[in-house]
Design a protein around this ligand. Structure first.
Ligand code: HEC
Length: 151
């Protein structure tokens, strides 16, 4: 094989094994991505909680829309925690995210499970179900922040 072919094959291999990392040029980009996603998610979950806490009247369609946005962003945000982005920017992510992979993945899975239940409750249009499911989501957000986010 000529050298060019060897080089491009190994590059293709590296890209295939690092699909998430390849989307970010620098650690700072990954950090900005996940912080923006988390912030947006927090905003839309806040709108759901405003209804749950009775501060805003219950509009089933608007609430379901906000929940769908939370669910979509929840699927995206964890892609921002790529290897090598434990430092850089103004990250508050703790290094344990990358050293306790199994526990971190379990926290991610728990969050996604709770958000999926909230999405189902949102579609049902039943406020009592939404209240219960939103409470669980709030707990899994907080649980992960307590463990993996610096104050
Ligand atoms: C599996 C862990 C985990 C889960 C679950 C999680 N977060 Fe986070 N969140 C983090 C980490 C880590 C950071 C710090 C990221 C950084 O600074 O690089 C963060 C940061 C944030 C921030 C601050 C963003 C900023 O502007 O810097 C908000 C807001 C936030 N999360 C909201 C939420 C909400 C709402 C949920 C639940 C729907 C949630 N998070 C679920 C780990 C998690």
């Amino acid at each position: 094989m000529n050298r060019f072919l060897v080089a491009s094959l190994s590059l293709a291999g590296a890209l295939a094994s690092l699909p998430a990392a390849a989307q970010f040029q620098k650690p700072e980009d990954a950090i900005k991505y996940r912080q923006s996603a988390m912030a947006l998610q927090g905003n839309h979950l806040g709108r759901v909680f405003a209804v749950v806490n009775g501060r805003v009247p219950f509009d089933p369609k608007a609430t379901a829309d906000n929940i769908e946005i939370v669910a979509l962003i929840n699927r995206l945000q964890f892609a921002g925690f790529v290897e090598g982005s434990d430092k850089g920017g103004n990250t508050r992510a703790k290094p344990e995210i990358w050293t306790e992979k199994d526990k971190w993945n379990a926290a991610v899975a728990k969050s996604q499970e709770d958000v999926n239940k909230l999405a189902a409750a949102g579609k049902s249009g039943n406020l009592d179900q939404i209240k219960v499911a939103a409470g669980a989501v709030g707990q899994s957000c907080k649980g992960c922040h307590d463990t993996y986010r610096k104050d």
